[in-house]
Design a protein around this ligand. Structure first.
Ligand code: NAP
Length: 550
């Protein structure tokens, strides 16, 4: 690997973010021997797993499919304690990876990127952090997370509450003692559902403010025995192979049968098996048309509705927990552990704010249209300005003064979710519309990072000092992303997949934030790019740049 000739830059490459994606990118850049820096706004590595310290936080990926696949030694030395590991363990794992591969020396913490401006004279980026540090780099890579910009509700009085209140993303570092306290949780997405299940028996009273119910399904987590861990260690090749060959990067692959082609009793038996199985099988391992055909989806939704009604004793409460406005799996399925049973507890109250909207937050609690509820703690599990929110917080200015925020005003436009016309030498790892954002995250980002590293290697080896996505490639990708999302029922639903968030003003039209075509198709596109010499990009060599400069 050659170092860039006469670059005059502080770094060949700067990576923004030291979460799951940024860490792996750092590993690859260190292996390539380039000059690089990772800037991280937090005080340590971990990204999602650093910030989300709310009780009950864990991933819904089978633990052994969440680790990095690049080092056999790492795979063999790490033991997961549960089939779906809790946040603390994943954070420890990521710290271990960073220490093992001596990556910390390339990282600067407490460094939030404020701006990144394209410098046309030097063909690189000038970047500035919150604390006023300025860096120059030829290439800039973002690994800034999909769900890293939390959004509070815009109710009046949020600031006026005199008890403890926080968004789940900013949960206190020290565990909160909930005993005897009156606790409110606003929001019932994947986060709220984990939190509610975890704290319901630890609080004095719990009041859940639900706007729209979600279809939740059992995670069926359990401890990992040493024998199971041993077996996993002997099968990592097969495990990663299996994950590489499903659209989602999980174990689970769709059943090739169509729902209504299967006899009702066989269907029921299959669904019972899925419902009692662990992880996302119930969502991603279901009949092949569950997420594409409304009639098939309605049948399975009825099955899950029956389960909810069986599990919740009060029929009126059960009815409030059954979604009526969307079918199963057309928004992200929250995975739960005894979530529905929580509503059978005497100390838990469900407030349907579809019926009685929240009017304001008061100094002592929450006032709805029919009642004021006093609380000691209010926890907002109200979600994120997903996927593009983290980009909007940085002042990206590309060629001819173009601001990324303006370019993406109606929704993101990218080539493969990795590159943006008008923003040369920038790779948006796991950016909007990339295949990595709709998969088992580590599996997806390994794909993007491997491809990006190979691309960077090509640029450095060939003295290419400038690359940019072609406009035609971006237009093609936008249409393809839209086409893929329309084949799936979730394109019509309001969720973070489609850029919906009632707590931010921006409204994207016909723009899917994720790539619904699956990782197999995505991988094919990337492969064609590399084998074809990167036809979707304009590439300019350093020599040509130098000879054409005035
Ligand atoms: P989310 O899915 O966007 O859910 C936000 C919840 O807050 C929804 O119930 C929403 O109601 C409600 N809400 C938002 N604004 C509100 C307001 N102003 N008033 C009342 N309610 C409001 O966010 P999330 O639960 O944090 O999950 C986001 C994503 O993070 C997940 O989809 C998942 O990808 C990831 N996640 C993963 C894991 C895991 O791996 N296990 C765990 C947690 C989260 P509406 O539905 O009516 O909008």
């Amino acid at each position: 690997m050659q170092e860039n000739k006469n670059s005059g830059f502080d770094y060949d490459t700067v990576v923004i973010g030291a979460g799951v994606c940024g860490i792996y990118q750092a590993y690859k850049l260190a292996e390539m021997g380039t000059r690089f820096l990772v800037l991280e706004q937090a005080a340590d590595v971990g990204g999602t797993w650093y910030w989300n310290r709310y009780p009950g936080c864990r991933f819904d990926s089978e633990s052994e499919t969440y680790g990095y696949s690049f080092s056999e030694e790492l795979l063999q030395e790490w033991d997961w304690s549960e089939h779906f590991a809790p946040r603390e363990e994943t954070e420890r794992y990521l710290q271990h990876v960073v220490d093992k591969f001596d990556l910390r020396k390339h990282m600067r913490f407490n460094s939030r990127l404020k701006s990144a401006h394209w410098d046309p004279e030097r063909s690189g980026w000038r970047i500035v952090t919150d604390d006023g540090q300025v860096y120059s780099t030829r290439f800039l890579l973002t690994a800034i997370g999909l769900l890293s910009t939390p959004t509070l509700p815009r109710y009046e009085g949020v600031e006026s509450f005199e008890g403890l209140s926080f968004h789940t993303y900013h949960a206190p570092r020290d565990p909160v003692d909930f005993s005897g306290l009156r606790v409110a949780v606003v929001g019932t997405g994947a986060t709220g559902v984990q939190l509610i299940s975890e704290i319901a028996d630890k609080v004095g009273s719990l009041t859940v403010f639900q706007r729209r119910p979600n279809w939740c399904a059992p995670l069926n987590n359990s401890s990992m025995t040493p024998k199971e861990m041993q077996e996993i260690k002997s099968q990592y090749n097969e495990i990663f192979d299996q994950c590489r060959n499903t659209p989602s990067g999980f174990y689970h692959d769709v059943d090739p049968r169509k729902t209504l082609d299967v006899a009702p009793e066989d269907r029921e038996a299959f669904w019972e098996k899925l419902y009692s199985g662990s992880g996302f099988g119930v969502w991603l391992g279901n009949f092949k048309d569950i997420l594409t055909d409304s009639d098939a989806n309605a049948e399975f939704s009825k099955f899950v509705a029956r389960k909810i009604r069986q599990r919740v004793k009060d029929p009126k409460v059960a009815d409030k927990l059954v979604p009526k406005d969307h079918g199963f799996g057309t928004r992200r399925v929250p995975m739960e552990t005894k979530y529905y049973e929580v509503y059978n507890q005497d100390n838990v109250l469900l407030v349907d704010i579809g019926d009685t909207p929240i009017e304001r937050i008061t100094p002592s609690g929450i006032r709805t249209s029919n009642k004021e509820y006093p609380f000691d703690i209010i926890i907002y599990a109200t979600g994120f300005d997903a996927v593009t929110g983290a980009f909007d917080k940085i002042d990206f200015v590309g060629e001819d003064g173009l601001k990324l925020k303006d370019k993406w005003e109606d929704g993101p436009q990218t080539s493969f979710g990795l590159s943006v016309d008008g923003f040369p030498n920038l790779l948006t790892l796991a950016g909007p519309q990339s295949g990595s954002v709709a998969t088992n995250f580590p599996r997806g980002i390994e794909e993007a990072v491997d491809w990006s590293s190979q691309f960077l290697g090509y640029l450095l080896d060939n003295d290419v000092g400038y690359f940019k996505a072609k406009k035609s490639a971006e237009e093609f990708w936008g249409q393809h992303v839209q086409k893929m999302s329309e084949r799936i029922l979730f394109a019509k639903e309001q969720s973070w997949f489609t850029g919906y968030n009632s707590n931010v003003d921006r409204k994207y039209r016909n723009r899917c934030l994720i790539y619904a075509g699956g990782q197999l198709r995505f991988r094919e596109f990337l492969k064609v790019e590399s084998l074809g010499g990167y036809p979707s990009f304009d590439l300019v060599s350093l020599d040509r740049q130098q000879s054409s400069s005035p």
